[in-house]
Each structure stands twice: as C-alpha cells, then as structure tokens.
Write a protein that binds this ligand. Structure first.
Ligand code: TEU
Ligand code: CA
Length: 552
C-alpha cells in the first residue's frame, strides 16, 4: 500500500465561525459555540476542520481583513478558547487548519497605520503606494468589491492598492521583511498545533511590475492577471522551504484567477509549493461577472475531467462545490424543492466524496441547507453586494430588480446565514438576535431533523465518508468518465490496481435507464441513496438517485 501524505486521505469540514453557533447570546457565532457543537462535526467522520478567519478584525469583510494576526477576534473569544477548541478536536482525532489572509491586511493593522503615516516611514513599502496619474488613480485596476482598486491618502498625497475593500490594503511581498513576518506568524500558530493553512487569494501576492493599465480583455478577468505575477512561485517555494516543509504543514491555496491548465504549477509536488488549490471553474460554472447563467452537466463533466488530468500523477486536487463565498450547494447544483432537496443533496455529496482529490464539506451542506429567500437589498450584509449596488444600480447600469434576480441565485450571503440546529427560534443558533437572519425553513431543515433520520443528508455524508475511508480506490483510484456525453447521467470509474468502482448518478428529476459501457459488469452495490441494489450492466435510477458499485 503506497504511503500518502495525510491530507490526501483527509475529509475537511469548513466552519465559518460567525454563523456556526453562538454560545453567549450576542447573536454572533463564537469558538465556545463551535466546541458546544463539536460532536455534530465528529459524527460525520471528518478528520480535519478548516476554520475561516478567527483573528482580531474590524470585520469590513467578516474577518478577511486582519488587524492582529496573533490575537483572536473579541466576538469569537480568546486564545484560551482557541486552545481548548484545538484540544477538543485533537481528542476526536480531528486536525485544525486555519485561514492565512496575507495578500492583504486590515487598514487598522499596526503595519499599515505606520506605513501610511509618512513617505519615509520604515514600513512605507510594506504596502503598494504610487503617485496618482492626471489627478486620478495610478492605473485602471478595479476592486473586487466595486470602485477603483486604488485609494487616495491625503496625508502623503499618494494612492495605495487594494484588490478587495478600501479597508484591505495589499501587502508588498517584494519586501523580504514582509515575507519574514508572514513566516513568523505562521510558525506562531503551527507551534500551537494547527496542521496547516487555507491560504486566501495566495496567487495574488506577486504584483505585475510597473502595474500597467489593463486592456479591456484583461479588465473582464482581472484575477487572471493578478494570479500570474512574476515572483509568485518563488515566494511560495520560499514559504515551503522556510515554514511548510519543516512543520509538514498542509497548504491549501485559494487560487482565484488560476486556470485549470496552470494548476500543476502550484501543486506538482516536485515544485515544493502548495499541497492543493481551490480552482474555481467548477464552483463558478454559472458565472459571467456578477451574473448567473444556465450551464449543462456536460460542461460540468468536461471541466471536471480536465481538472483531474491537470492535477496529474504528481499533483493533488480539492473536491468542493461550496464555501462561504458561494450559494448553497443543493440550490446551486441540486434541486432545493421539498420533493427533491434530500435526494439531490445526497447525489451532489456522492460526487464530492468520490473524486481523486481532498473533499470539502461546508457547514450546513450536511443538513441540506438551502439558499435564503432574499426579498430586498437591505437584507444583505455582504460588502460585495454593497459594491455591486454602488457600481451597477446607482450608476444606472442595471436595475435593482435585475441585481436582485442574480443575487437570489449567487450571493455569498446564502452561505452565511446561521446554521440551523433545530426548529426552535432562530434555528437554535442563538438566544439573542442573529447578526444575519436564519432561513425561515429551519422549521423542517435542521440538524436535529437530519441526525435523527437514518435516510437523511447527514447520514448519507457519514456513510460516504466511511466508504471513502474503507475503500482506498475511492481516494487514490484513477478517474475515468465513462459517459461524458450523457445529458443527465454522470458516471465514472475509479480504478486502483485490480479494484474498480463505478459511480453512477442521475443529476435530474427524470427517471433514467442507463447501460454500463461494454466490459463493465456490476458485481455488487457499495452504496445507493435509494437503498436499491444493482447487477449486470443495466442501471435504473430514479430522479437524483446515485450509487457506488463494485464492477469487474
Ligand atoms: O475570496 C476570494 C475570491 O476571489 C472570491 O471568491 C471572492 O469571494 C469573490 O467571490 C470575489 O468576487 C477570498 C475569501 O474567500 C473571501 O471571503 C474574501 O472576501 C476575499 O478573499 C478577500 O479576502
Ligand atoms: Ca457569540
């Protein structure tokens, strides 16, 4: 049996602390809340938790704007609480991966307060400052959150760069001291016992020399330009050498802007950079700028096969279709009507847990949580929504109704509504007033309902994770799509040595009779979310039915 790094066999559960569980009634999730619900996580059988940012922050972007990298956000608790969480997870054999947000910091971080104080401050070049051009910003970069990516600073009459919010100035990684500071804060948390990092927009850390204006084509996909800076791989190899390798730490790069074809540059183990990356083509298959457009299963399957190939023999992937920046998985990829919600959530889970990649489950997926029925713009909290409102509605480029139509499909706030624990008030998330409203369907869609029902989404995740743990072929087996042209069936084999599994899923509500390709005969049923068994080479599937089969 080949020896693999632990993170290749891992199954990761993402916690967005602000929305997971509130323990002190202030309506905001916190670390003690996570500890109080830890057996819900452990019960799934996952072995790793990824914790979205828990650091001190003024929350311009819900923690992705860090003011102090060695302090816990006051609302979330204390360093002691953090240590207790780490210990409670360890007790249950669960590792903790934390978020590393070092492409930018908060503008309230001491480094930036110093940097903006004067032109000759020793930390001036720790951020990206430039003179304006013709009374305007240095170039035509646009912020992800609306407006220019440059902010003018009266004190020194210069402009600073911020790919995201005005309160998220980009760090200048050209400066060795900056990189050393990042390495040191990583060691601070690794010495505490964390297993590694999910690295926020890490491909963006190397800026284009001279920062020329973008062409109209480039402006349509700025991330692509920002993710291909000339020194990004040098900086990642240095980080690996200085910190990751010595601690055998996992490095999960959030790789916005990186193409499927460029993925090996970051994850090929011979390059000693990252363990794996989040590549966004699949999870953003519907996106055209901020708008959502129809997509097909065939397009999805084509991308999925290219991604598996791109990771190749020396690389490794991530299997995810949800996170705190994306709409709810069953609403986006499944069918969240009451008739099909459970079956489709289970079938999407079957896909996530049977890839040659590390699977990620986002809090609430295991409960089958759905998108929120947003009715008006003032129900949104997300800074990205506020940016779109300013850039497109207030400028008359679009109407409130059209913006709402797309936000109802793809807003990040769908993922950020509090976890629904029970049919109690506010879904049992808080005894106070939640910072963001709880989905009204918590009366039926909640953790108590799914954990007490053996046929639920929760137990289907648990059984998939168990099957993955007991069948190495589902982890390391070669992937082969056996019917890429089929409109509604997604079927692929996983092969390891002389063992072969066939995964067959119906991604529609219409029953289907599917014939396995020649040479493949079903000899047994490992799992089926409708409790059916299959044999021979004809597979009958009801709507959103999926199964994992032994074949010869
Ligand atoms: O997101 C980076 C990113 O590129 C996008 O997914 C982003 O969320 C958005 O959709 C841009 O349109 C990371 C974090 O995951 C996100 O929460 C932060 O807002 C962002 O970086 C800045 O730190
Ligand atoms: Ca709280």
């Amino acid at each position: 049996m080949a020896v693999h790094p632990w993170w290749k066999n891992a199954v990761v559960y993402q916690v967005y602390p602000r929305s997971f569980m509130d323990s002190n009634g202030d309506g905001i999730g916190d670390i003690n809340g996570i500890i109080s619900r830890i057996d819900h996580i452990a019960g799934l059988g996952v072995d790793t938790v990824w914790l979205s940012p828990h650091f001190d922050s003024p929350n311009a972007d819900n923690g992705y704007d860090v003011r102090d990298y060695r302090r816990v956000m006051a609302e979330f608790g204390t360093l002691e609480d953090f240590d207790r969480l780490l210990a409670a997870l360890k007790e249950r054999g669960i590792r903790l991966v934390i978020d590393l947000v070092v492409n930018h910091s908060s503008d309230e971080h001491a480094w930036f307060v110093e940097s903006r104080s004067s032109l000759d401050n020793p930390k001036r070049d720790w951020y990206v400052w430039r003179d304006g051009k013709n009374g305007g910003p240095p170039n035509n970069y646009r912020s992800f959150f609306g407006g220019s990516a440059w902010e003018h600073d009266e004190t020194t009459d210069q402009w600073y760069l911020h790919y995201f919010a005005v309160k998220q100035p980009d760090l200048n990684w050209e400066v060795e001291e900056v990189r050393k500071e990042v390495h040191d804060l990583m060691r601070f948390w690794l010495d505490k016992g964390v297993a590694g990092f999910r690295m926020d927009v890490i491909p963006f850390i190397s800026k284009q020399p001279d920062l020329p204006d973008l062409t109209p084509e480039q402006l349509r996909n700025q991330g692509r330009v920002w993710a291909t800076g000339p020194r990004v791989h040098e900086f990642l190899q240095e980080m690996n050498r200085e910190v990751l390798a010595p601690y055998d730490a996992v490095a999960i790069g959030e790789a916005a802007g990186v193409t499927i074809e460029d993925t090996p540059l970051f994850v090929d183990s011979r390059r000693r950079e990252l363990s794996m990356i989040f590549q966004f083509d699949l999870v953003r298959i519907d996106r055209h700028g901020w708008k959502s457009r129809p997509w097909t299963l065939r397009q999805f399957k084509e991308m999925n096969a290219r991604l598996d190939t791109a990771c190749g023999e020396h690389g490794w992937g991530t299997s995810f279709l949800s996170n705190h920046d994306s709409p709810r998985i069953v609403s986006m990829f499944g069918n969240d009507s009451s008739e099909w919600r459970t079956y489709s959530a289970q079938t999407i889970a079957t896909y996530i847990l049977t890839q040659r990649a590390t699977p990620f489950v986002y809090q609430g997926d295991e409960i089958g949580m759905t998108n929120f029925p947003f009715a008006s713009i003032d129900q949104f909290d997300d800074i990205e929504v506020k940016g779109l409102w300013k850039d497109f509605v207030l400028t008359g480029k679009t109407t409130e109704e059209e913006l709402m139509t797309h936000l109802r499909l793809n807003s990040r706030d769908h993922a950020r509504t509090p976890v629904q624990w029970s049919n109690a008030a506010h879904g049992g998330f808080t005894t106070g007033t939640p910072w963001l409203a709880v989905n009204p369907n918590h009366d039926t869609v909640n953790a108590e309902a799914v954990t007490s029902d053996p046929h639920s989404v929760y137990h289907w995740y648990r059984r998939l994770i168990e099957a993955r743990r007991n069948n190495e072929v589902l982890v390391h087996g070669a992937f082969a799509d056996v019917d890429p042209g089929h409109e509604t069936v997604f079927a692929y084999t996983r092969t390891l040595d002389d063992e072969k599994m066939l995964v067959v899923m119906n991604w529609s509500t219409d029953p289907v009779v599917w014939r396995a390709p020649d040479g493949l005969t079903v000899t047994g049923t490992l799992l089926d979310n409708a409790g059916a068994t299959h044999a021979g080479d004809v597979i009958r599937l009801r709507g959103w039915q999926s199964c994992i089969l032994r074949v010869s």
